[in-house]
Design a protein around this ligand. Sequence first.
Ligand SMILES: [Zn+2]
Length: 565
Amino acid sequence: MTRSRPVRLSVSLAVALLATPAVRAAEPTRVDAAFLSRLRDEGLNRGRSHETIRLLCDEIGPRLTGSPSYRKAALATRDALAAQGLVNARLAPFSFGRGWELENVSVTLEVPHAMPIAAIPKAWTPGTGGPKTAEAVRVTLANEKDLEAQKGKLAGKIVLLADPVEKKPAADVDFDTYTDEELAKLSGFEIEAGGPPRDREGFAARRAFQQKLRPFLVEEKVVATLEPSRGFDGTIFAGGGGSWTPSDPEGVPGLVIATEDYNRLARLLARKKPVKLTVNVAARFVPPAAENAANVLAEIPGSGRADEIVMLGAHLDSWQAATGATDNAAGVAVAMEAVRLLKAVGFVPKRTIRIGLWGGEEQGLLGSRAYAAEELAARPEPTDPAEKELPPFARRSTGPLTLKPGHAKHAVYFNLDNGAGRVRGIWAENNVAAAELFRAWLEPFEDLGVTTVTLRRTGGTDHQSFDGVGVPGFQLLQDQLDYDSRTHHSNMDVPERIPPGNLDQASVVMAALVAHAAQLEGTFPRKPMPKDPPAPPAAPPAAAPGVPPLAPAPPAKPSPAEVTK
Ligand SMILES: [Zn+2]
């Protein structure tokens, strides 16, 4: 098959070009081929990433940030890293709120006939206090006018909150790997039009309405709310629906049910046919506790340039609908396996290699943001109460960054969080000099399908916490598989969705990238520090001399509340 590959420098040409001294901060030196052979041999023949999948998915299960099961996962991965021979394996707690755990759920259709309904409670919504049988009604509650109109009408009801979901003909790609043509297209840069497309005001308005809706539903004595999943074929996508802020009201039980079931109930109600259901949810809120919301960190110490740090990582937290295999036990397994491989082949890095397993990613990159604020650079807290009210990812820039000593010492961060697809390359985030290095470093993995270094940027993963403060951070480019159509935040995010071999491939590539970065002569190339965004209405404080102001990270993935809409 003819491969229409993106343009790539041959290694010799790359070396020749990079010999031009005036513009080079770093040489694209490759660690020697014998080392790469050992890495491939260990990783592809004796890979152990599946052990992490068994531990996190089968033994521990869902790992919602703030929950006791997250704590179990944090302690278990910390201990596993220590057992692998890493040093300083530790938990680094970050500020969060209350946790939430699901203890039981069942939904049964009673009228017109008995039938079980597949349902997942939305995280941070309360239990029903035992089985509750009630009539279902379908209403729209999208603004304050709707609340006014429904006042006094919903007591004792189970409320269907949304319109039925149209099933599109099955043209959607269910399982997608990149073709050579798609990869070639991807390696062409795309200039982004205008500023970040984040609808900040829209988000704030939706959030403000949710904060009115929750007490309204409680006051009206609604038994539970039901919403359809965005998936079909029994796949239920369910994220958050309540608040992890301990002072917020708990609201009423909120559940997502299979789309096919939801549509049928909505059709019956539209025809004025009676629908009765029994809903039974046991869920409990858990008081904030340090170890329930903590990053896991551990190191392979450097020798020679030990105070400089090369990082790799993935997020440890997941949602409640399944066991978070592709989002993101897969990334955790790969990062842990990459450091195991480096130890197994006796690699002694010049720079210290640090692994970071993040919590709170699903709530807005909270764990990695906290790490960045502590180690790399921090901004002042907002003073405007309306800004303060918003989660960090939705806030405006709150003034200049204060750089921490670690800002200069962190060379680069590599992240894996796009499911269980093979690595096909890397998103180079518009860092031309880094892309040159990556082309040379990834060339020995072309036979494993790693062919593409794109200067494009990608969003929604923890690399943004680094990139956003001017420290190089990268997400590897992965085949999508059925991440969007089936597994991402769904009840189908299970180990069966991880194709055999993919994590071994990714681990070897990740280990090689980290090893190259750890041995790099000179400094890892950086982009210019991001510029300030357009001035907000209130004048921001003046930048401290010598401290470049910084734009917010590019748009993160939508908030969990939005995702589950
Ligand atoms: Zn994820």
